[in-house]
Design a binder for this molecule. Structure first.
Ligand SMILES: Nc1ncnc2c1ncn2[C@@H]1O[C@H](COP(=O)(O)OP(=O)(O)OP(=O)(O)O)[C@@H](O)[C@H]1O
Length: 873
């Protein structure tokens, strides 16, 4: 753009507004269009695929231009936001017809990924959170708001805890202090859509003031966040941001819910990912969420996600849920009726949030009423049930009868989506509206009636009612009948063969008919606005209704799952013993090929007798599956769900840790052994007697000897820990089986298999004792390695094993770790080719010298062997 002096007033206005929103795309309303200019236009045309033109205002000024009709806003806005842009909607604030010169314009809403209310930007079964983070010295405050439901959560804790919340609740946008950009990336990664705010906004006094003003209270005690200054600051930042983005109507944010780390079973983000709890996109197919989610409402689906990542630790609350699930399983009729009502109640939470935002359309208002009817029905169904929790839930429901009736009385049965289309308000609600509608629809026939009436009264047989723009409606009398015109009529026009008159009645009617349509719309709008204002008083109880329906939806879904998939009620207890009978992996069992059955297993852990299980077994036999099903069953029980086992006794657990050996976790640049060790260290440093630890091939990210040593000492450490955490350790290092003989509470188990000829059949049953080999070569064969290579690997294996056995029989029984490791020294092979002093031998020697065995993976070893074999041929 060139000098401002050459700019039109319109462009000057645009420039002034754009300056206030430099990092947003400004959709600038001009007449019936939203226009974008300059850089904004280039982006907009590219993202929306609309034409980019140039606007020339004389030689001195030109700018790129791209625009679309205002009614297409809904179609285009979400595309811009989904493409990662912030969009400021600038509207005309005055009626152009009433204003001389340039119309006043201003930004009426800023839409960003985290502050989105349009259905097109939201996924119905996911929350759309805006998170605010406040960094302090060694702690972090967090607030999470879903503006589309009004839910606001706040918490504070160390970076690991906040990271876990971010990873599990996946906010669409995160805001934080501007000077912490680098720190944010280092702490939470670069996956989030972020926006930074001035540091002064993150101030306790300012935040408290904003919150008190919003909630209209004198203190924040009632929300339990008073002692959480960092969480308060983060919540304050959210309210500031909402003001900045022109969201003044926030009456649907009715409370802050405190998220207390200590209330929930802790799983770090690695565990959440490793257990494949939520997943997203394509990988969604095999997640716990996917197999558990048979909810019938978006509210239930959203709550279920939260239950999965934030399972309870409180025995009373868990049992309340479990008992209700059991109750719902038994009462088939009640369950069926509940499901029907919940399904038809609509997304109460999101509908209610549209009320203060003034984004609710007449159809949705009617849906609110229908929702309330279902709430009423559910309340009546459950109020006298013989389950206390259900009774309490029912008691919390409020069908808001006054507003329910008012909506049904005011709104027609099948209203249009837009209030501006009219025909929304029922007949009988407003006398003037009824009359106007009558006039509008009956206009013509009314005139005919009047014409007839006047004909009869005056005897002017040729009397006609006509209309022109100058006089409006008139009565036309031919010259022949002029003498019969009553005195009260006023002559307005004389033509060659007739005269035109007006009457008082005609004028009164004319006033009505001409403005009727406009007035009808205005009255309908006014009545609708009044109704919305009244609805506003019912936001809080309706939100509670939404929440109760979500809980009932989740628990009915658990009952349904239990019946369909044969889940049983777990017994949770304050002791420490863990025992599951005939347990299955809930996700794998639902994804097995047709005809295959999941083989169930019993698993028991007891800190005083069987604290650590060393689990060995062939590759692919089901070790990881066993570990994960133990964790998933524990988690499901803490959510209040029945579990895939014939019986389960599960101790209240505070933390589930899972770690997988580095090479199982190659994605995301986290494949280094260092990360594996860091993570294992964090388990070791955070465990308690109530922790469940699942280690899958820990140590395998380094050389065999290092790996065994580390794995060995981890088991020793966990065993000797005063907390005696329950541990399952799956490993290919059969050497660890030795630990059973040395450590009292370590027990060996293996997953069974059967060898038939040179084939192995996985029996997948857990049995006491360690297994002796891993069948890695068998897996290599299954993976399609050339038969020659496989034969050779078997030969080498045999030689290695016989050498190992020789050495073992000649060495004394080892008792401590160091001698045990020494025992594993590389057997000296006596292969015949090494006897021949040939060129091949030299070549092979050079090759062997260059190999660093400590860094060699099993597959690389097999490849090298193949190379050697080729040379010998
Ligand atoms: N109990 C079971 N019943 C039926 N199928 C099972 C069972 N356990 C595991 N499987 C199947 O076997 C596959 C391999 O299981 P898993 O990954 O647990 O083996 P693993 O012993 O950990 O293997 P590796 O040592 O190679 O990592 C699973 O993906 C699943 O399809």
């Amino acid at each position: 753009m060139s000098k401002s002096s050459a700019e039109t007033p319109l462009m000057q206005q645009h420039k002034a507004i754009k300056q206030k929103y430099p990092d947003a795309i400004l959709l600038f309303r001009v007449g019936d269009f939203y226009e974008t200019f300059g850089e904004d236009a280039i982006i907009t045309s590219k993202v929306l695929g609309i034409t980019l033109t140039k606007r020339n205002n004389g030689a001195a000024f030109s700018s790129e231009l791209a625009g679309f009709p205002h009614h297409a806003l809904d179609t285009y806005l979400h595309k811009l936001v989904k493409a990662g842009y912030r969009v400021a909607i600038c509207d005309q604030l005055e009626d152009p017809k009433q204003v001389k010169g340039i119309v006043k314009r201003g930004v009426t809403e800023m839409v960003t990924p985290g502050v989105a209310t349009s259905d097109k930007l939201l996924e119905h079964n996911s929350n759309n959170f805006l998170a605010a983070i406040h960094f302090a010295d060694d702690k972090v405050g967090i607030a999470l708001l879903d503006i589309s439901t009004g839910e606001l959560f706040a918490s504070e804790g160390n970076a690991e805890y906040i990271d876990k919340l971010l990873q599990s609740l996946k906010p669409a946008e995160v805001i934080f202090q501007r000077n912490y950009q680098k720190h944010f990336k280092e702490t939470f990664g670069s996956k989030f859509y972020t926006y930074t705010l001035d540091s002064w906004i993150f101030d306790e006094a300012y935040a408290t003031e904003s919150l008190l003003k919003h909630f209209q209270t004198h203190s924040l005690k009632g929300y339990g966040v008073e002692a959480m200054p960092l969480a308060i600051i983060a919540a304050g930042a959210i309210f500031h941001y909402l003001k900045d983005t022109e969201h003044p109507n926030l009456q649907h944010i009715t409370s802050i819910q405190r998220l207390e780390r200590e209330d929930y079973l802790w799983m770090d983000r690695f565990t959440i990912r490793n257990l494949e709890l939520l997943g997203s996109g394509v990988e969604n197919g095999h997640t716990l969420l996917k197999v558990l989610d048979s909810t019938v409402s978006p509210m239930g689906a959203r709550l279920l996600k939260r239950w999965i990542v934030l399972p309870y630790k409180d025995l009373g609350k868990i049992n309340e849920r479990l008992d209700l699930v059991e109750f719902l399983i038994k009462d088939v009729d009640l369950r069926t009726r509940l499901t029907q009502h919940i399904k038809q109640a609509g997304d109460i939470e999101r509908l209610v949030s549209k009320i203060p935002l003034r984004k609710i359309n007449p159809r949705e208002v009617l849906q609110i009423a229908r929702g309330l009817q279902h709430v009423d029905a559910i309340r009546n169904e459950c109020l006298h049930a013989s389950n206390d929790y259900l009774k309490r839930l029912a008691d919390a429901l409020n069908p808001c009868l006054y507003i329910l009736e008012k909506i049904l009385k005011d709104i027609v049965e099948n209203p249009p989506v837009l209030i501006s289309k009219g025909s929304v308000i029922k007949e009988g609600v407003h006398a003037e509206l009824d009359e106007l509608r009558n006039i509008a629809s009956m206009g013509k026939s009314y005139l005919v009636q009047m014409q007839q009436k006047e004909c009869e009264a005056t005897g002017i047989s040729s009397l006609k009612v006509g209309f022109n723009n100058v006089f409006g409606y008139y009565l036309e009398v031919t010259n022949m009948h002029k003498s019969k015109v009553p005195e009260t009529w006023m002559r307005k026009q004389t033509l060659a063969n007739c005269e035109r008159y007006i009457t008082q009645e005609l004028k009164t009617y004319e006033e009505k008919i001409v403005g009727a349509e406009d007035k009808i719309l205005a009255i309908e709008q006014e009545l609708y606005d009044k109704l919305l204002l009244e609805l506003q008083d019912y936001i809080a109880p309706m939100q509670i209704n939404g929440n109760v329906l979500a809980i009932l939806d989740c628990l009915t879904c658990f009952a349904q799952n239990a019946l369909h998939y044969n889940y049983k009620k777990p017994i949770l207890h304050q002791g420490l013993e863990f025992e599951i009978k005939d347990s299955r992996h809930p996700v794998i069992e639902r994804n097995l090929p047709v005809g295959e059955n999941y083989i169930s297993n019993d698993i028991s852990l007891d800190p005083s007798a069987q604290q650590v299980i060393i689990l060995t077994g062939p590759n692919m036999s089901g070790k990881s599956a066993l570990l994960r099903q133990t964790a998933l069953i524990t988690l499901m029980a803490h959510m209040g769900s029945f579990v895939p086992a014939s019986a389960a006794t599960i101790p209240i657990t505070d933390k589930i840790f899972t770690r997988v050996g580095a090479s199982d976790n190659l994605s995301g640049g986290e494949s280094t052994f260092m990360v594996e060790m860091n993570e294992t260290a964090s388990i070791i440093n955070n465990l308690t007697p109530r922790s469940l630890i699942l280690l899958d091939e820990i140590g395998r990210g380094t050389s065999t000897y290092d790996g065994i040593s580390i794995a060995w000492s981890i088991v020793e450490y966990l065993h000797s820990s005063p907390h005696a955490p329950k541990t399952l350790f799956a490993t290919h290092y059969h050497e660890l089986n030795e630990l059973e003989n040395k450590l009292l509470r370590v027990k060996n188990y293996h997953v069974t298999n059967k060898e038939v000829g040179n084939k192995i059949i996985f029996l997948r049953k857990l049995a006491p004792g360690g297994s002796t080999h891993s069948f890695g070569i068998h897996v290599a064969k299954m993976a399609g390695m050339p038969p020659k290579l496989i034969d050779r690997a078997n030969e080498v294996l045999q030689q290695l094993e016989s050498k190992h056995v020789d050495e073992e029989s000649s060495s004394p029984k080892t008792e401590d770790l160091s001698t045990n490791i020494k025992k594993l020294s590389v057997p000296k092979l006596q292969l015949s080719i090494f006897d021949a002093h040939s060129e091949t031998f030299d070549e092979i020697r050079t090759m062997l010298d260059s190999i660093d065995i400590n860094r060699l993976t099993p597959v690389e070893a097999l490849m090298k062997l193949n190379e050697i074999k080729q040379k010998v041929k």
